[in-house]
Design a protein around this ligand. Structure first.
Ligand code: CP
Length: 315
């Protein structure tokens, strides 16, 4: 594998999930594969899980890691061609990407959506510019429109917990006071399109995700109906895609509580974290034995490690 910017970069999601589960049994089994190799992790936005799990994954493979909070510590980058750079942007991506590529063998990037300019966000300017100018493998640690490392960890977690061959999986919107990006939900939908599951997306009207991503996925506007007989409830907030970046609804009507979980087939509760307790999900649900959010976060290491392993094997 050359880059990992979307789930489509995997030859097979199913095989990769099985490989990650095998890797997890002995996470140091490839501890010399990355010897002498370095990964730069560049964060334009905050992180807990992605930052620590990707470092751990790289170190499990014997790699060196360099981490930079680019958003707060780096020069402001210009991404447009032909601009007179006499404003606040100090460095062009053309130089920055090439310079960074001299210090490492793989570059991993977190750069969220602006949520103010749909066209620019959909163009994935940051990730695509690094891919264009760095000339080394690029890993997406959550971009404007996708979070493929999270989706791979979610697939691993569901595989570890599934009882039925064809479980019912529900992606449910839940309220949040701030405008959040669509990346996690988008990649989860894309991941589910590779699975043989019964998949339903539920959200209030006006919160439809990008139809180019949801394609012909089932959308159910009645959350309780969607929850009936579900085996997995995956919860996430996102802002409106149509009224781009707007928060249309914040009341607790769509929060996940124990009564809603009772409608399911004893479903597992999933969330990528961080999560706002008693806004997105009631304590009684996230603290229940059906909550697998900590296992899900643990699988971020094996998701990143299997991806880095595949890239290292191709270097
Ligand atoms: N789920 C996830 O990406 O967590 P962080 O934002 O803390 O990295």
């Amino acid at each position: 594998m050359q880059h990992y910017t979307s789930l489509k970069d995997l030859d097979s999601l199913q095989i990769t999930v099985q490989e990650a589960i095998e890797l997890k049994k002995n996470e140091l089994q490839f501890k010399t594969l990355g010897e002498g190799k370095t990964i730069c992790l560049l964060f334009f936005n905050n992180s807990l899980r992605t930052r620590l799990s990707t470092q751990k994954a790289a170190q499990n493979l014997g790699m060196h890691t360099i981490v930079m909070n680019f958003g707060s510590e780096g020069w402001q980058l210009e991404f447009e061609d032909g601009v007179v750079m006499n404003q606040n942007k100090s460095e062009h991506i053309k130089e920055a990407a090439k310079v960074i590529a001299q210090y490492c063998n793989i570059v991993a990037i977190r750069a969220f959506a602006s949520l103010t300019d749909k066209e620019k966000d959909n163009a994935e300017i940051v990730i695509n510019s690094f891919e264009k100018y760095a000339g080394i493998p690029v890993v997406n640690m959550e971009s404007a429109t996708g979070h493929p490392l999270q989706a791979l960890a979610d697939a691993i977690t569901m595989e570890e917990n599934k009882v039925l061959h064809k479980p019912k999986v529900v992606l449910s919107w839940a309220p949040h006071p701030k405008a959040l990006p669509h990346a996690v939900a988008n990649s989860f939908v894309e991941m589910m399109q590779f699975q043989g599951a019964d998949f339903v997306i539920t959200h209030p009207e006006g919160y439809e995700l990008n139809p180019e991503i949801t394609k012909n996925s089932t959308i159910e506007y009645n959350q309780e109906k969607a929850f009936e007989n579900a085996d997995f409830i995956y919860v996430k907030n996102w802002s409106s895609y149509k009224e781009y970046g707007q928060v249309l609804k914040t009341d607790s009507e769509w929060m996940i509580n124990a009564d809603k979980m009772k409608l399911t087939n004893n479903a597992k509760f999933m969330h990528c974290l961080p999560v706002r307790r008693n806004v997105i999900v009631a304590d009684e649900v996230i603290d229940s034995e059906n909550s697998i959010v900590i296992q899900q976060a643990n699988n971020r290491t094996y998701s990143a490690q299997i991806v880095l392993k595949k890239i290292l094997e191709n270097l």
